[in-house]
Design a protein around this ligand. Structure first.
Ligand code: SF4
Length: 696
């Protein structure tokens, strides 16, 4: 076989948060094959279509192969030196004229932990701006903040093994069949024949495998969970001993829940009383109950409190800290977790809280920098950075490996806002929509061309190795950042002295986490390869990591080691439907494409399988509109219009609701979405937008 690899390189998939183990096949210095690692616990040799074709992204024709600088409106080839100098000169001018915080940075859960930590350290301690956030705020920041307010710390509670052990598996707003397909392997291995409950307004592929499908009205999830907690208390189904020993806020919650009696919850959610009692009974009677969720919960203007309302149910029934049980946020990106832990976005590195002076001092001492340069407070979150650009407060933006011009809400406004910048720098391996309007492009190496670690949804840190050399004149993100730091007086010497390779960043990061909940101090690259990843905390006492948090030997991370039962309020939709826009648009993903398709659109097999967006329309609404499957229609909202989207008439959406995948810049559904955000997490409410369909 002319493509038969000369060697196979151990690695981890760089797309989603499942974290499948794989090998990259290399022939004559080119990546020619990807195959699953049969010994890997996460995927046992299987891969989804994206993983199977992953090597193809390395040789994509859409790769940026050299730095680019805009001249006379055109991006033209430039040297690294000229590109660094131009950006450094502008950052320095802007800092001098408007202050250091007039530079904003948006990064990504696609970076390796070593790169993310290096970037955060440079931005916060070198550029001295805390207006720094990740695209993870569009994805799972509600889970972060929900965990923090309920359990005292961020950190996924359980393991994929819990999908194999639970008696009841509840999936909320989580279409794992499309978005985390390999997770289904772990459900299939469950010998308890678990009851599968899917809570979702849409009958997705995942809903079709449910024993109980709960098609609640859009954005009523928080009311549902409060209603279930009410019933559990009303029936005396709670675990009093556990609550007394391990939680605060029981009395307050009981009083608060008087606003959520069953009939009220029926009115809000559209779910009948019998089903409500059955769901509550599952929590109370199941030996082990696992509730997993993704974007349907997180991408909500009540996202943080909805997460806490789920956690409340697990605390009330003691379904946490034991095999097969617990609340489980499935993360979106391959390294969403690593970026949460290596920090400088929602926390300081190692889960140290912003505002905690002792933690700040501790961090400064470990990395040997003056404490004054460590930011005391978190700066603007993603959407606040965009608003600050709009106001003229932020003058330069550095976007690293993310593509806001497809992924953020209200695209027309965003495009106008970005045009106000003095300087837009995009660091990416692909010519993304955002890179196209940049003033400078830093040409990055991609997955397979660089090395480091990713941490998946179950806290498993795994190794991603370099299989081939970076294409053309590209560099790893680690090298880009470390080299760029040399253009700022004294910064390289202070922050990255003697740093030569990602392992130097990893070793520093390990020290930062020593003794913290997210303890990586016992990990080595070799151990990760040997065991197919290690779950933190991993230290001398736990050399092979830890399966689940909050069992008897890992207390909650609050001052009194008790979890908080949170009084969370449900509110009606942020943008109600009206006569002009009478339908609710839900957005999501499909298994064949990855987020804004910068990586997947040029992979032939994936593009053939899912070449364009579509709109799911209920038969009743299709009849009213006089359209059938295969017709093309337009969608409009108060903010924009999307033309020529192909119709699929289906009962998977209820009448009054439609669904469109968000991946496609050709049918840009985020032109329609609105600007409502969770006030605690900053996460956008992507999931409900009032729209109209137009058949002409
Ligand atoms: Fe990669 Fe996720 Fe697919 Fe696994 S399920 S191969 S991690 S995209």
């Amino acid at each position: 076989d002319e493509k038969k690899p000369d060697k196979w390189v151990f690695s981890t998939c760089g797309y989603c948060g499942v974290g499948c183990g794989l090998y990259i096949g290399v022939k004559d210095g080119r990546a020619v094959y990807t195959k699953g690692n049969p010994k890997h616990f996460v995927n046992k040799g299987t891969l989804c279509p994206k993983g199977l074709s992953e090597h193809q992204l390395i040789n994509s024709p859409e790769r940026v192969t050299t730095p680019l600088i805009k001249k006379n409106g055109e991006l033209v080839y430039a040297s690294w030196e000229d590109s660094y100098k131009k950006v450094a000169d502008e950052f320095k001018r802007i800092a001098k004229e408007h202050g250091e915080k007039a530079v904003g940075v948006i990064s990504t859960g696609q970076l390796l932990t070593e790169e993310f930590y290096t970037l955060g350290k440079f931005v916060q301690l070198g550029l001295k701006t805390n207006n720094y956030d990740g695209n993870t705020t569009l994805c799972m920041s509600s889970a972060v903040m929900g965990y923090k307010q309920s359990l005292g710390s961020d950190g996924p509670v359980g393991s994929y093994e819990d999908f194999e052990k639970a008696n009841t598996i509840i999936l909320v707003g989580a279409n794992i069949s499309d978005n985390h397909p390999i997770l289904k392997l772990h459900i299939a291995k469950n010998k308890n024949h678990p009851k599968i409950i899917v809570i979702d307004p849409r009958s997705s592929k995942t809903a079709q495998m449910a024993d109980i499908f709960v098609p609640l009205k859009p954005r009523t999830d928080l009311a549902l969970f409060n209603g279930l907690a009410y019933i559990i208390m009303e029936q005396g189904w709670e675990d009093e001993a556990y609550i007394k020993a391990n939680t605060n806020g029981y009395k307050e919650l009981k009083k608060h829940l008087q606003n959520y009696p069953p009939q009220e919850v029926v009115n809000i959610t559209g779910i009948d009383v019998k089903t409500l009692y059955e769901l509550a009974r599952q929590f109370a009677s199941g030996d082990s109950v696992l509730t997993a969720w993704t974007m349907g919960v997180n991408q909500s203007f009540m996202g943080t409190d909805t997460v806490s309302a789920i956690v409340n149910l697990h605390l009330l029934t003691a379904q946490i800290g034991k095999e097969g049980a617990g609340p489980f946020s499935i993360t979106g990106q391959c390294n969403a977790m690593g970026t949460r832990e290596s920090g400088f976005t929602s926390s300081l590195p190692g889960y140290r809280n912003f505002g905690d002076k002792a933690a700040l001092k501790e961090y400064a001492a470990i990395v040997n920098v003056p404490v004054e340069i460590v930011p005391l407070e978190r700066g603007y979150k993603y959407a606040e950075i965009i608003d600050a650009i709009d106001r003229g407060e932020i003058k330069a933006l550095w976007v690293v490996a993310t593509n806001p011009l497809v992924s953020f809400v209200n695209q027309e406004k965003l495009r106008k806002t970005l045009a106000k910048l003095d300087l837009l720098v995009v660091q990416d391996a692909f010519m993304s929509d955002t890179a196209e309007i940049a003033d400078v492009v830093f040409a990055a190496a991609t997955w397979g061309e660089k090395e480091g670690t990713y941490t998946n949804s179950e806290r498993r840190c795994n190794r991603a190795n370099k299989a081939v050399e970076p294409l053309g004149n590209t560099k790893s993100d680690f090298d880009i950042i470390v080299d760029f730091s040399k253009y700022f007086h004294g910064v390289h010497e202070l922050l990255f002295n003697h740093w030569k390779k990602p392992l130097d960043a990893f070793n520093e990061f390990k020290e930062i986490t020593r003794g913290q909940l997210c303890d990586y101090s016992g990990m080595t690259y070799e151990l990760m390869e040997e065991h197919g990843g290690i779950q933190w905390p991993c230290n001398e006492d736990r050399p092979l990591g830890t399966k689940r948090l909050y069992s008897s030997d890992i207390p909650f991370r609050t001052p009194d080691k008790k979890a908080n039962l949170i009084c969370a309020d449900w509110f009606p939709m942020a943008e109600p439907i009206c006569s002009e826009f009478p339908l609710i648009l839900n957005t999501g993903r499909t298994v064949e494409q990855w987020h804004t398709r910068t990586k997947t659109r040029s992979i032939e097999i994936l593009d053939n399988l899912a070449p364009e967006a579509w709109v799911d329309v209920n038969p009743k609404d299709a009849r009213k509109l006089e359209v059938k499957s295969g017709d093309r229609i337009s969608l409009s909202s108060a903010r924009g219009r999307v033309e020529g989207v192909v119709v699929r008439v289906t009962n998977s959406v209820a009448s009054g609701n439609v669904f469109v995948p968000f991946h496609f810049n050709t049918q840009l559904v985020n032109a329609l979405t609105n600007e409502s955000f969770c006030p605690k997490s900053g996460e956008p409410n992507f999931k409900q937008t009032a729209i109209q369909l137009h058949s002409k």
